[in-house]
Ligand binder design. Structure first.
Ligand code: SF4
Length: 393
C-alpha cells in the first residue's frame, strides 16, 4: 500500500463550519459506516463519502497518522474541516513497566481520567496484546484481581481499538514510507482477556474488533483474536455471528458448587447451560476450537478427579484446555497449585486427547500476569450489589 500524494480537490463551500454538540468527534473506533455518517454530516458529498472513508481509514489504521495535516491526498480545505470537527485520540500511556521476560504492561488513561491496563507479551513467533473492555468489572470472580475492582464504566470502541494503536506506537510498528512491508508483526494476536467482561460491553467490543480486523488498516485476522468470557450465555452465539473471532471460556471449575464461588455468574448460567450454549456455538469446528481456561488453585479445583470430570463435561466440543497456574495478587484468597499437581492434571487431560498447554506465567514481576490486572480507578458510590443488579445478576 503506497502512501498517497496529490490531493483530490473538494468544493469547500458545502462544508458547514459549526462544531458538533459536545466538541470534536474522535474518529478512532468508528466503524466504516459510522465514519461515513459523520463525514456526510460534516458536509462531505454522499458520492464522495466512501472514498473519503477509505482515504482517512488508511491514514489512521495503516499508516498510524494522528494529524489530519499529514493526509496529503485530501484537499487542504477538507483537512481544515477535519481538524475543526474531528480528532484522532488514543489512550494516554500513564506508565509502562517492562518485565524481565520482556512483557510490557501499560497503564492507560482514558476519557474522564479513568485508567485501564493492557499487556503486551512477546514470544518467539508472535506477540500477543491483552486488552481491556471495562474499567473494573461487572463480575467478581474470586481468583481475579480485577474482580475486586467495581465496574466504573464500559470502554468505548475507540478506547478498545486505541489500546492496539498505543501498543503499535510503543513498539514502533507502523509502516514507514518507501520501506518494504514488514511481514512479521509485533502485535500479531489480540486477546480480550484484560480487565472486564467483554460480553457485558458487546456493541463496543464488536465495533472495535470490526475496526481491528479490517483489511485496509490494522488488518488482524479474526483467527488471531480471542475473546474470553466468563459465560454470558445470551451473548455467546452473537460473538460468532457478529464478531467471528475465536472464543475462550473462563471455566475454572468442574462442579457448580465450586464454580459458583470462583465465577459467580455461574449462579445465573450454570455449567450445563453454558456447555449447551457452546455445543450450539455457530462457529464450532475442529479448526476453530473453543479454549477452556482453567486456573490452577491449590486444593480448590486441581484434583485428578477434577481433571477427569473436566474432560467428561466438555466431551463432544472441539476444544483445547489452557491450564493457568494461579498468579497471586495482594490479598488473594488462593495459592497456586504445586507444579507436580499441575503436571498430573495436564497429563490426564492430554491422555484424554485434549491439547492442554500450561500457560507460562508472564510479567509476574510487574503484576501483568493473568488475573493480576487492576487500576487505581475506583467507583465512588454504587455498591457491588447495585452493579450486579444493573447486569441483571
Ligand atoms: S475473570 Fe474476567 S469476568 Fe471475572 S472478574 Fe476478572 S475480569 Fe471480570
Amino acid at each position: 500500500m503506497t502512501k498517497p500524494s496529490a490531493p483530490i480537490t473538494q468544493d469547500v463551500h458545502t462544508i458547514p463550519r459549526k462544531l458538533p454538540e459536545g466538541g470534536k468527534v474522535n474518529l478512532v473506533g468508528l466503524t466504516r459506516d459510522q465514519l461515513r455518517d459523520v463525514l456526510i454530516e460534516a458536509g462531505t458529498p454522499e458520492k464522495q463519502a466512501k472514498m473519503r472513508v477509505g482515504q482517512i481509514w488508511q491514514w489512521i489504521y495503516h499508516w498510524g497518522v494522528r494529524d489530519f495535516a499529514q493526509m496529503t491526498n485530501l484537499a487542504k480545505d477538507y483537512r481544515a474541516m477535519l481538524v475543526e470537527r474531528f480528532e484522532i485520540t488514543v489512550p494516554e500511556i500513564v506508565s509502562k513497566q517492562v518485565s524481565m521476560d520482556g512483557t510490557r504492561k501499560y497503564l492507560l488513561k482514558i476519557a474522564g481520567g479513568h485508567e485501564v491496563e493492557a499487556v503486551y507479551i512477546p514470544e518467539e513467533n508472535r506477540g500477543t496484546l491483552c486488552i481491556s473492555s471495562q474499567v473494573g468489572c461487572t463480575l467478581t470472580c474470586s481468583f481475579c484481581h480485577t474482580g475486586t475492582q467495581k465496574l466504573v464504566r464500559n470502554l468505548t470502541a475507540g478506547e478498545i481499538v486505541g489500546q492496539v494503536m498505543v501498543a503499535r506506537d510503543d513498539l514502533e510498528e507502523w509502516p514507514e514510507q518507501n520501506t518494504p512491508k514488514n511481514e512479521t508483526r509485533l502485535v500479531s494476536n489480540v486477546v480480550l482477556m484484560g480487565m472486564g467482561e467483554p460480553l457485558y460491553n458487546f456493541e463496543n467490543v464488536r465495533d472495535a474488533m470490526q475496526v481491528v480486523m479490517d483489511g485496509e488498516g490494522l488488518s488482524l485476522s479474526r483467527r488471531r483474536i480471542t475473546l474470553s468470557t466468563s459465560g454470558v450465555v445470551p451473548e455467546i452465539a452473537k460473538t460468532a455471528e457478529e464478531i467471528g473471532c475465536l472464543l475462550a471460556i473462563s471455566f475454572h471449575a468442574t462442579t457448580d458448587e465450586v464454580r459458583d464461588k470462583l465465577v459467580p455468574i455461574n449462579k445465573k448460567w450454570n455449567i450445563e447451560t453454558l456447555l449447551n450454549a457452546l455445543r450450539d456455538y455457530p462457529r464450532l469446528s475442529n479448526s476453530e476450537r473453543i479454549t477452556f481456561e482453567y486456573v490452577m488453585l491449590k486444593g480448590v479445583n486441581d484434583s485428578d478427579e477434577d481433571a477427569r470430570r473436566l474432560v467428561k463435561l466438555i466431551r463432544g466440543i472441539p476444544a483445547k484446555i489452557n491450564l493457568i497456574p494461579f498468579n497471586e495478587w495482594p490479598g488473594a484468597p488462593y495459592e497456586r497449585s504445586d507444579w507436580e499437581r499441575i503436571e498430573s492434571f495436564a497429563d490426564i487431560i492430554y491422555k484424554a486427547g485434549y491439547a492442554s498447554p500450561i500457560r507460562t506465567p508472564r510479567g509476574e514481576d510487574i503484576m501483568a500476569a493473568c488475573g493480576q490486572l487492576k487500576s487505581a480507578t475506583e467507583r465512588a458510590r454504587k455498591s457491588r450489589a447495585e452493579i450486579q443488579a444493573e447486569a441483571g445478576l
